[in-house]
Each structure stands twice: as structure tokens, then as C-alpha cells.
Write a protein that binds this ligand. Structure first.
Ligand SMILES: NC(=O)c1ccc[n+]([C@@H]2O[C@H](COP(=O)([O-])OP(=O)(O)OC[C@H]3O[C@@H](n4cnc5c(N)ncnc54)[C@H](O)[C@@H]3O)[C@@H](O)[C@H]2O)c1
Length: 392
């Protein structure tokens, strides 16, 4: 195989963006050969683009899988269909990039992971934020022990502003039936993945306050405050909303050796600062005799490699990994962790109590089904929005 032949299922906002990257030669070892969407108007729009002369369009993804035109596929349809289509693709002998989130509920994601583990094809998640140099650097500093044992993890990520027109742009959006959740399920899968990937830790318990339709005419959550407790005693708070303007994106991790602060800012750029202690706090606590006083620290502007290739980085790595040129960057089965986090946050709110992780898969699904049964049906809205530059 000279170049990996890609098919894309779902060419709405995100799938059309992935298609353009392939058509514009941004993926060195990848080429777009097939696209699939239930709505022919969506595939027609891609076929009209320069370079798409040899691309074949389908309305049934199973026909696309059977066509022999693809080596790999990108699943870019609404969340509920991610596991089912990924499973079908792997079973059809295709390599898979699944869009985030891995699914809506843990039970379906576990089924997908079982198939992926048994398959000899590559399976990855579109966790494009893991390619951001600041998050890669945080991951590196924590995993090589520079920060020491983690004591506190706080992330306020409210820079996901969305107006009502966004929610009105698609009939699946912001409904229990179509999307399975709100800001946790659509905008925050990136941060929830990073929360566990950067720190290497999953909380043992969460207690969460989700507000449903607080700022928009929607039935799902658009304002969330979650309290997290970890097995090693660390605690944390995760705050998100789609109505804060201007919003904040501040990810702060306190360890025994100091504090890492990542402040992401569209205008000023992302900044990573390490407040490095002269003496680890636990050692200072045990040895300091002066009563008042605290360990001295220096403030370090952390240098990174400056690279942030986002979706293009994930797609290039995936194509190169298929060709055996480099290791796969994201193991797709790790997508379960973000889903576990978002499900546990909703479950805690629904039950009005602290929940332990891993959650009870069946209990979660039962609770979700109750919301779907009484939830909204939206029909007739379908607008393709330009996603360029919207990710943070
Ligand atoms: N990684 C990122 O940065 C990022 C950004 C935006 C969206 N996304 C993800 O991409 C996915 C799609 O979001 P979107 O904004 O592009 O939605 P969208 O509604 O614009 O597009 C989804 C498309 O999938 C099609 N579709 C649905 N079911 C299908 C099926 N069974 N077969 C073929 N086509 C089908 C729809 O007709 C639609 O055109 C979501 O899961 C979302 O979370 C990821």
C-alpha cells in the first residue's frame, strides 16, 4: 500500500473538514477515496470540491465498506452511532478513527473496545487535543515525576461558548435522544480525555452538579461543576459551561514538587507555567520548624516544542502507523475513560449523590432511557457550520 485510502462516514461539519484535509494534501500518506452520508446534499458538496473527481459517494456505509475502495475510515456521525459503525468497520477489515466521544454510554463503548482488541486493524480516537504541545508537555512532566505525587487537579473550561443558533442547527443536537448529553458530551470530551491522560489518573468518586438548559432552550446540561476524589487522596474540581463570555480555560495541577498551570487563550496563545518548589511540600511540612512560612518556589515559563497539529496530526499519525512508519499515538480503547467521566457526572446529578467509578453500566443506561422516553424530538433543522478554529 503506497497511501492509505480513506473513507469518511458522515460529512457534516467535522467530516467535511476531514475530507478537505485529505483533498488538500494535508495528510502525506492518505488519500480520500469514498464518502458516505445519509443526506446526498452533504456528499454532493464534497464531490464538488477540487480534487474530489475520483471520490465515490455512498448513502449506506455498509456498501462503502464492501466496495473495496477504503483501507481505513473516519467515523464522523452523531455520538450514539460511533461504537456501532466502528464495530462494523473493524469487522469489515478496516482501520478506524472514531470521532470523540467514543460513545454515549459505557456499555456500548465496552462492546466496541472488545471488538477493537480482537481486531488486527488499528483503532484510534480523534483526540486531537492530545497533540497540543502544552498538554503533551504536562503529560511528560507528570509521567517523568517532575511534579511529584498529585494532590489537586482543577480545570475551569468555560471557553466553549455556544449560542442558541448552534443548538438549533441540527435536530440531533442537545437532546437525550440524539446526542445523549450536552456540554460534557459534545464540547468536553477533549478535556475529559486530557484530564485522565495528562495526569494518568481516574477519579475514584465524583459528586456533580449539572444544570440542564440553564442558559439555552435545551434539555441537556449546559453548566457543570464536578467534585472529584482520587484513590491517592487527591481532589479536584471540573467546571464547564457553554454560556460564559468571555470564558476561561485554566488547567491547574498541584503536585508535591509544585504547581503546573496551563492557561489557554485564543488571543495570547497557550501558556504553561511551572511553580517549582525548592523543597517538596511534604518534606517541608515534616522538617520546617518556623511555624509560619512555606516552601520557596521559582516561576518557570515551560518551553515546549511549539507543535500543535490537531486533527491533521492525528490523521497523519494514523496513516503513518498503518504503513508501519511510526507507532500509533492514541490507543482508541482509552476513549472509555472520558465516557466513564461524563456518564458518572450525569449519573451523580440524576441520583443526587456521590457515585463511585467505574459506574454501573446498566444503571446508567436505565437512567438515560428514562430521559430519552420523555425527551424532545427536534425535526427539520440541519445547517453545516464551519468548524475551522473552533477547537480549544
Ligand atoms: N474532534 C473535534 O474537534 C470535533 C469537532 C466537532 C465535532 N466532532 C464530532 O463529530 C461528530 C459529528 O459532528 P458534526 O458537528 O460534524 O455533526 P453534523 O450533524 O454536522 O454531521 C453529522 C453527519 O452525519 C450524517 N449521518 C448520521 N448518521 C449517519 C449514518 N448512519 N451514515 C452516514 N451518515 C450519517 C448526518 O447526515 C450528518 O451529515 C460528533 O460526534 C462530534 O462530537 C468532533
Amino acid at each position: 500500500m503506497e497511501k492509505v485510502r480513506f473513507g469518511i462516514i458522515g460529512v457534516g461539519n467535522m467530516g467535511s473538514s476531514h475530507s478537505k484535509k485529505l483533498l488538500n494534501g494535508k495528510i502525506e500518506n492518505g488519500v480520500l477515496t469514498a464518502i458516505c452520508d445519509l443526506k446526498p446534499a452533504k456528499t454532493d458538496a464534497i464531490l464538488a470540491l477540487p480534487g474530489a473527481e475520483n471520490v465515490k459517494a455512498f448513502t449506506d456505509y455498509k456498501e462503502m465498506f464492501a466496495s473495496g475502495l477504503c483501507d481505513a475510515v473516519i467515523v464522523a456521525v452523531p455520538h450514539y452511532s460511533h461504537p456501532g459503525i466502528s464495530i462494523d468497520a473493524l469487522n469489515a477489515g478496516l482501520h478506524v478513527i472514531c470521532e470523540k466521544p467514543a460513545g454515549v454510554y459505557t456499555k456500548q463503548v465496552k462492546e466496541m473496545n472488545d471488538v477493537a482488541r480482537k481486531s488486527d486493524k488499528l483503532f484510534t480516537m480523534m483526540f486531537n487535543q492530545r497533540t497540543n504541545c502544552v498538554y503533551r508537555k504536562m503529560h511528560e512532566m507528570i509521567h517523568n515525576g517532575e511534579l511529584g505525587e498529585i494532590k489537586r487537579i482543577n480545570w475551569i473550561i468555560t471557553s466553549w461558548y455556544r449560542s442558541q443558533s448552534y443548538y438549533d442547527s441540527g435536530d440531533w443536537r442537545a437532546t437525550w435522544r440524539g446526542e445523549g448529553g450536552g456540554v460534557l458530551f459534545n464540547q468536553c470530551p477533549h478535556q475529559l480525555d486530557l484530564l485522565q491522560w495528562v495526569t494518568g489518573m481516574m477519579p475514584a468518586r465524583v459528586h456533580t452538579f449539572c444544570h440542564f438548559g440553564k442558559w439555552h432552550d435545551i434539555e441537556v446540561e449546559d453548566d457543570v461543576t464536578a467534585y472529584l476524589e482520587y484513590k491517592n487522596g487527591a481532589t479536584g474540581v471540573f467546571v464547564t459551561s457553554t454560556a460564559d463570555a468571555p470564558g476561561t480555560n485554566r488547567f491547574e495541577i498541584l503536585g508535591n514538587n509544585g504547581k503546573l498551570v496551563c492557561e489557554a487563550d485564543f488571543e495570547k496563545g497557550d501558556k504553561l507555567t511551572f511553580y517549582k518548589l525548592e523543597t517538596p511540600e511534604r518534606e517541608f511540612n515534616a522538617t520546617h520548624t518556623g511555624g509560619f512560612g512555606e516552601p520557596k518556589h521559582e516561576v518557570i515559563d515551560v518551553e515546549t516544542d511549539g507543535k500543535n497539529p490537531q486533527h491533521t496530526g492525528i490523521m497523519n499519525n494514523f496513516a503513518n502507523a498503518i504503513l508501519g512508519l511510526e507507532p500509533l499515538f492514541v490507543d482508541g480503547t482509552e476513549g472509555i475513560n472520558g465516557v466513564e467521566l461524563m456518564d458518572s457526572m450525569l449519573l451523580s446529578t440524576w441520583l443526587g449523590k456521590t457515585v463511585d467509578l467505574p459506574i454501573d453500566d446498566d444503571q446508567y443506561l436505565d437512567e438515560l432511557k428514562k430521559r430519552i422516553a420523555t425527551g424532545r424530538r427536534k425535526e427539520g433543522c440541519d445547517v453545516v457550520l464551519d468548524t475551522e478554529g473552533t477547537y480549544k
